[in-house]
Design a protein around this ligand. Sequence first.
Ligand code: NI
Length: 253
Amino acid sequence: MIFDTHAHYGDEQFDEDRDELLAGMADAGVGTIVEIGASMQSSRDAVRLAEKYPFVYAAAGVHPDHVGELNEEAMEELRQMCRKEKVVAVGEIGLDYHWDTEPREVQKHWFIWQLNLARETGLPVNIHSRDAAEDTMEIMKEHAKGLGGIIHCFSYSREMAKEYVKMGFSIGVGGVVTFKNGRKLKEIVKEIPLEKLVLETDCPYLAPEPNRGRRNDSRNIHFVAQQIAEIKGIDKELSLIHISEPTRLALIA
Ligand code: NI
């Protein structure tokens, strides 16, 4: 069964058919989904979705683009969310210097605060990092030791992937690995042990080939698993089992 470690079913692109789609997941071979919060509201929605569907779990956290909304009250609310039974990670949190929506110092401040929240609540983290390789690594080294979790939609170098794995993190692989311009990620997949790779969609975004450009959902992970299996020279089913199970245990334990 597929384990989608990173989904956004709260997105308005699913407003028309969210329940219908989720109701059909088991029949499509999708066993577990982690719905990822990116703002206070989407974190609340993620918790609600997880409470509604037994196979959905939630991550609560504020994405670097939205850290401007954090304050004392929000901090307390996030803390409470992270203690809920179906919340399995703090995320997605990190740095985004591509959009630079919030000042970098502000992004760093709240990234560190949320890493500390993960430590305080005993949860792993789901990391978003774009065009901020050095600063992310520096902060992770200082504040994320032993936390565990996933570097989502990994877009950095092979060396850095190995470094994160050495630090106990898993590498999130999604649709990009099927793209023609996904060569760098393919090389990383080749080198990193299967048990340190995890499957993700980031749906509704980043649909894999042959559905690139369309709305993505967890059923498409088959194409990602197929690509990983080809790169690794193994059976697709084997890649699914090996990729899915360790994360499942890590996230739900
Ligand atoms: Ni995401």
